[in-house]
Design a protein around this ligand. Structure first.
Ligand code: ZN
Length: 80
């Protein structure tokens, strides 16, 4: 899996605090993957659902997802 780079440029970080999680994943074309439990948190590897989705950022043209646990989301909050 992708490794987090603390020097990731800010503009590559998606603002993820979308209220409509399902709509957000639908826009990305990843709704089926989400529902099938195929999206995992990059940091703690937990399966991401609409209820624990925390953040997403883009790295090397691939989306990296994080759950809503503070220690995982903090990766992104640390950048901003
Ligand atoms: Zn996590």
């Amino acid at each position: 899996m992708l490794k987090y780079n603390p020097k990731l440029p800010r503009e590559k970080v998606y603002g993820v605090y979308e209220l409509d999680v399902l709509g957000f994943f639908s826009k990305l074309g990843l709704l089926e993957k989400l529902k099938m439990g195929q999206i995992v948190c990059e940091k703690c590897k937990i399966t991401i659902t609409e209820n624990n989705f925390g953040a997403v950022y883009k790295k090397n043209n691939e989306l990296v997802f994080l759950c809503d646990k503070a220690q995982c989301k903090n990766i992104i909050e640390g950048i901003e």
